[in-house]
Design a protein around this ligand. Sequence first.
Ligand code: GAR
Length: 209
Amino acid sequence: MPIPSSEAAPARLVVLVSGAGTNLQALLDAAADPAYGAVVVAVGADRDGIEGLARAERAGLPTFVHRVKDFEDRAAWDRALTRSVAAHRPDVVISAGFMKLVGPDFLAAFGGRFVNTHPALSPSFPGMHGPADALAHGVKVTGCTLFLVDEGVDTGPIVAQSAVEVADDDTVASLHERIKVAERAMLVDTIGAMARRGYTIEDRKVRLG
Ligand code: GAR
């Protein structure tokens, strides 16, 4: 899937967040360099009052919020999210700490160009508690995974992974913070490469360039 990015026409990124937005901030910082090949054009969220949205506002970006509880059902929320993202004509949509599973409408619109960053080495420890589950299991190495979202929970084709060692005295918080350092670097490097070089997906194998 080539993304025709250049300094004149960088790839358009829409980023979805639910919390602190440090991954979003890493993308915003990287995209300040025209050579990066991509720009964040909008930020969406499933809740108000989060630092992720404040970061977007400080960057002068348009934002939108769709709370599941404001909709009749999950399908209506999914349609609204799809419409709002589509309005910004993204080349790639990034779930960066967005704590919701999207539905069929969203995947129909953005499948193959919707990536999620997950704080574990897939296929281990899918779901909402990757660092806690890895720690409880006693693994010595965990990390983070960037993947193309499919219908499953953290099951889609893997674009990039980065390993992080678990220390004997790690807590969930200390481990997650170290994973997030690796995650931000993985996200920035990989999204830039996807934008500049394009990518292909064949039999679950994602290749850049
Ligand atoms: C990140 O570690 C991300 O992988 C995780 O939330 C954190 C968001 O950090 N997402 C999930 O656990 C989704 N299953 P941030 O808001 O500072 O970017």
